[in-house]
Design a protein around this ligand. Structure first.
Ligand code: 13P
Length: 248
């Protein structure tokens, strides 16, 4: 399995930010892991152009479940693919919160991603209140069961565990807490997919930065990271790519 360093730019970046792609590729021309950047939709096509011939792959942050139609402001998986993306992040907690996305909607979008030939990066994660009440594994299990449709394979599915309270806060779970959730995810996926579950990349996300990447990548069943803030600058994201390459 090739590990995956994925950057989620969220609603950040303009054309000027595309210089980070060349800087990243120049500093890490042959990483031992996969490297993915998911810019806002406005930059997908341009980033795909800039990333051509480099190890940097390009993804989207969302897609609609339908292939086309009257859905003002939305973008289909087919359009994402056409713009040059190969991956799409689905069910990020910010979309679950801001747009009230449900597990069923995330599952429908995941099917759309597969229909278009995209790799789906499905996000799960508990809130702070859920962790404090001891409900973490229940929540993760429910999200995983509801958000990942039948037909997943290690080639088409990546799971990102992102505790909501760790996103953009500088706080992270203990390594033991990360290990517990990732072990649980692997078990649940094995029950559904059998031996192929061993090849599904399980990413940790939430305040990953150069200073904590190495210790997080040493945790069992952590196969990479989904990085927000620290993916915006090539220097920071490059350091995380280097840490994952060293762990690969
Ligand atoms: P931060 O790395 O900024 O905490 O964001 C994590 C995230 O939400 C990535 O999808």
């Amino acid at each position: 399995m090739k590990k995956l360093a994925a950057g989620n730019w969220k609603m950040n970046g303009t054309a000027a930010s595309l210089a980070e792609v060349a800087a990243l590729a120049q500093a890490h021309p042959a990483p031992a892991c996969e490297v993915l950047l998911c810019p806002p939709a406005t930059l997908i096509a341009q980033m795909a152009y800039h990333a051509k011939g480099t190890p940097v792959k390009v993804g989207a942050q969302d897609c609609h479940a339908n292939a086309s139609g009257a859905h003002t402001g939305d973008i289909s998986a087919e359009q994402v693919k056409d713009a040059g993306a190969g991956h799409v992040i689905l069910g990020h907690s910010e979309r679950r919160t801001d747009h009230k996305e449900t597990d069923a909607q995330v599952a429908a979008k995941t099917l759309a991603a597969w229909r278009a030939g995209l790799v789906a990066i499905v996000c799960v994660g508990e809130t702070e209140a859920e962790r404090d009440s001891g409900a973490t594994l229940d929540v993760i299990g429910r999200q995983l069961a509801g958000s990942v449709p039948e037909g997943a394979t290690s080639a088409t599915l990546v799971i990102a565990y992102e505790p909501v309270w760790a996103i953009g806060t500088g706080r992270t779970p203990t390594l033991a807490e990360i290990a517990e959730v990732h072990h649980f995810l692997r078990e649940r996926l094995t029950a559904r997919l059998g031996a192929d579950a061993a090849g599904v990349r399980l990413l940790y996300g939430g305040s990953v930065k150069p200073s904590n990447a190495t210790e997080i990548f040493a945790v069992a069943n952590v196969d990479g990271a989904l990085v927000g803030g620290a993916s915006l600058k090539a220097a920071d994201f490059g350091a995380i790519v280097a840490a994952l390459s060293a762990a690969a």
